[in-house]
Design a protein. Structure first.
Length: 149
């Protein structure tokens, strides 16, 4: 899924988010995905039995301001580009909201790449998230967003 997303972004000249090299060729990135899977927060969406999207929930990223209350934090959301326009990302975000509600948590947060044309930030806003604070990690511009349930 990550490889297809990187290829799609690269084809559009949008390499600022994840670069232009496939995740599968970077041992550190492969290890990170394996850690996410082992930690229990990975959710996979399928289309006709094929993995189509991935959501990872877990602790907030260390580069964002900690939440002052319990939260469900979306660490990763990626959709395989073989399945565009099917609402997979929206369905996975709905799963995060449902998990928060099941736990009695009223805050869902996510951070994302805020560079280039800002389309990723706009996507999360279209899903009901509100911008809270911008940040940078080195040269990488990010945006923290939240949703109240």
């Amino acid at each position: 899924m990550f490889d297809s997303a990187v290829a799609w972004l690269t084809a559009q000249g949008r390499t600022g988010q994840w670069g232009s090299e496939p995740f599968s060729t970077d041992p550190a990135r492969v290890a990170r995905v394996e850690e996410w899977a082992a930690a229990g927060g990975m959710r996979i969406a399928e289309v006709d039995g094929e993995p189509a999207g991935c959501l990872v929930v877990g602790p907030a990223m260390p580069y964002v301001t900690p939440a002052p209350e319990p939260e469900v934090y979306v660490r990763v959301l990626v959709v395989d580009r073989r399945f565009p326009g099917r609402g997979i990302g929206a369905a996975l975000l709905e799963r995060a909201r449902a998990e928060a509600a099941e736990q009695g948590i009223s805050l869902v947060r996510v951070d994302c790449y805020a560079g280039d044309d800002g389309r990723l930030v706009k996507y999360y806003e279209s899903q009901g998230f509100t911008r809270t604070e911008p940040f940078t990690v080195g040269e990488w511009p990010g945006q923290l967003l939240e949703m109240r349930l």
